[in-house]
Design a protein around this ligand. Structure first.
Ligand SMILES: Nc1ncnc2c1ncn2[C@@H]1O[C@H](COP(=O)(O)OP(=O)(O)OP(=O)(O)O)[C@@H](O)[C@H]1O
Length: 612
């Protein structure tokens, strides 16, 4: 879906006319339907439709629609803008408010001529003036530089702005210090007035003090605790709840945006029955910290938590090592961070270790796991680690059912050349082909590196005999046992599917909802949800409202803490390795069998699945 802009210049049209135009233009007379959010947006903005008009293209000022405005900024700014608007009615200046993404959310006052010129230039609610899209301008540049910014005439990058002069000043949240938006006064270039800047600055001060008064008691409590602790200690300190975060410089260096949800999730679980706890937390980029969390506030609904963090050792804060900085022995076994398989969970850390050892020895390998868990993704990763310059061929057993002869021809010609051969869905390979494959397998593994994927190693019939020729096994864990990985996997998926930059991010609340879901379709399901959310968000960060309805909230059932998940995963793996024999599994784990039974009960592992 392209973005909507370009004036159609029609004033006297009915709402239905305009919706009809919108549908036709957006879809280019095709039968596709208009995104319901765009439709709703057009419906609510129809009085301004002479301005908004509709055309699906993407290379002009981005139009983002007018939904889900952040209320904190609007609440504080509305009375200030109302007053200014009264004072400036019919004056040669207009006052605008933009949010933290540089999207204009309100525009008031200004004479008719000025308003018409601004409409024509797309300087109106819904349009986005981020510097990266529209170059130097009062809104985007003030946001980028975090200071008041005066731009006039030819200093603007875009031609449509050359006739204007404007002053934009960032509005900062008085507690968290985050930039909430920009207040801007714009007039025609030849009507610039020296009082524009003081006017904007005093209005911004008033908005900020209203924000402080409006800040909930909880946010103020979080600020007070944060200040009290961060003055005393030199470690990284962060004070947070689900919607709010404030950190000192040391913490800001450690934390990735996705870590807010992770820390909140970890702390609320750990503090469920006590007021203080300590533990190890693996942050984004594989940074491991020793964290101490304490509740802020009392009762069943505390204000939030305060977390002090210390890095375990120096190496744990050097996640983005460049290849040339790696030690010689790290060579093939430790790829640079950007080439590593994403995931911060214990399960993914173990998978990476197993991959490292397979990379070293290179045996024919079977990759097992539930559908959509990322088996082929791991196979391609292995190939890149082995021999990125050689070809990697994927032959799918499911396709072999449809075209057995063509499949066999490709298999035979492929095994004669070096590179990596991936036999995907090996369990689907028809019996009559298994014998042929078996006959060539030894020759195949002499030249090509062989990988196969299947749900599990167990099997029967001819396909099972093939498995004997794949001595190494990699088990890709289901996503529900490593939901912490979503914080790392989702950005990679969003990047891959985003047509433009900046790549939208997951809002912390969305990430937290995701970590509470079961994901029966694994990463493939996550990918489908994210790609549909990307379309709905139209370039903005992904909030819950962009998700399909059934993904907007996590069930209220007890969710496993990260540590419990890792434990559960380890036990399941040990049971699988020991073919369900609990005594053998307990020995592998170095615990008593009675402890294993107790853990299985606590972690909800079905006893009947492992009956020996
Ligand atoms: N770690 C990851 N990061 C980003 N995307 C991933 C990751 N793992 C898997 N994906 C994506 O998820 C989708 C499903 O992955 P993949 O095809 O590897 O699963 P699979 O287990 O081989 O599936 P099947 O069981 O159907 O063969 C793919 O589009 C893949 O690109």
């Amino acid at each position: 879906m392209g973005r909507i802009h370009e004036s159609v210049g029609t004033m006297r049209r009915t709402r239905d006319d305009i919706l009809g135009d919108a549908a036709t233009l957006l879809t280019g007379n095709q039968s596709e339907s208009v995104d319901p959010r765009v439709r709703a947006d057009i419906a609510t903005s129809w009085r301004r439709c002479h301005l908004i008009g509709v055309k699906a293209t993407s290379d002009d000022v981005p139009y983002e629609g007018e939904f889900d405005r952040p209320s904190r900024l609007l609440r504080a700014a509305a009375p200030v803008i109302d007053r200014l608007a009264d004072q400036l009615t019919d004056s040669p200046a207009t006052i605008m408010l933009a949010d933290a993404e540089a999207q204009i959310v309100d525009r008031r006052a200004g004479g008719r001529e000025l308003v018409r010129a601004l409409d024509k230039a797309y300087v109106a609610p819904g349009f986005r003036y981020a510097e990266e899209f529209t170059g130097t301008n009062g809104i985007g540049s003030a946001l980028e530089e975090r200071r008041p910014f005066f731009v006039q005439g030819a200093e603007h990058f875009r031609e449509n702005l050359l006739e204007f002069a404007c002053v934009g000043a960032p509005v900062m949240h008085p507690i968290s210090g985050t930039v909430e938006g920009v207040l801007d006064v714009t007039c025609r270039f030849d009507e610039t007035n020296v009082l524009m800047k003081p006017l904007v600055l005093s209005a911004v001060r008033e908005i900020e003090s209203r924000m402080y008064a409006d800040a909930s008691l909880k946010e103020r409590m979080l600020l007070e605790h944060f200040l009290r602790v961060s003055r005393k200690v030199r470690s990284a300190v962060v004070s947070l709840n689900q919607d709010f975060i404030i950190s000192n410089t040391a913490a800001a260096k450690l934390l990735d945006p996705s870590d807010q949800a992770l820390l909140w999730d970890w702390a609320t679980r750990m503090l469920a029955r006590r007021d203080e706890c300590t533990g190890e937390v693996r942050l984004a980029q594989d940074i491991v910290v020793q964290a101490k969390a304490s509740k802020v506030g009392e009762g069943s609904s505390p204000a939030g938590v305060l977390v002090e963090m210390r890095t375990r050792n120096a190496s744990s804060i050097t996640p983005r090592r460049h290849p040339s900085h790696s030690t010689p022995t790290a060579g093939r076994t430790a790829p640079p961070a950007e080439e590593r398989l994403p995931g911060r969970s214990a399960a993914s850390t173990r998978l990476r270790r197993e991959i490292d050892s397979i990379v070293e020895s290179g045996p024919p390998t079977l990759i097992c796991g539930e559908p959509g868990s990322g088996k082929l993704f791991v196979a391609r990763h292995l190939h890149k680690r082995w021999a990125p310059d050689e070809p990697c061929t994927v032959l799918d057993g499911t396709v072999a059912r449809l075209e057995p002869e063509a499949w066999l021809d490709r298999f035979v010609s492929r095994i004669a050349t070096p590179g990596t051969l991936v036999l995907r869905h090996l369990d689907d390979l028809p019996d009559q082909l298994c014998a042929h494959v078996l006959a060539h397998l030894e020759a195949a593994t002499r030249r090509a590196r062989l990988i196969a994927t299947a749900p599990e190693r167990r099997g029967h019939g001819p396909a099972a005999r093939l498995l004997d020729h794949l001595p190494a096994t990699l088990l890709v864990p289901p996503l529900r046992y490593r939901v912490e990985d979503i914080a790392d996997i989702a950005p990679a998926i969003l990047k891959q599917h985003s047509p433009r930059s900046p790549v939208p991010r997951l809002q912390p609340a969305t990430l937290q909802t995701f970590t509470g879901l079961d994901w029966p379709g694994n990463i493939r399901e996550l990918e489908a949800v994210l790609t549909s959310a990307l379309i709905r968000s139209m370039g903005a960060d992904i909030t819950q409202s962009h998700l399909p309805p059934e993904y907007r909230s996590s069930p209220t059932r007890h969710r496993l803490a990260s540590l419990e998940r890792a434990e559960r995963d380890t036990i399941l793996q040990a049971l699988a390795d020991a073919s369900g024999n609990k005594l053998a599994a307990a020995e592998r784990l170095g615990i008593a069998r009675s402890t294993l039974y107790r853990k299985m009960r606590v972690l909800g592992i079905d006893d009947n699945r492992f009956s020996s």
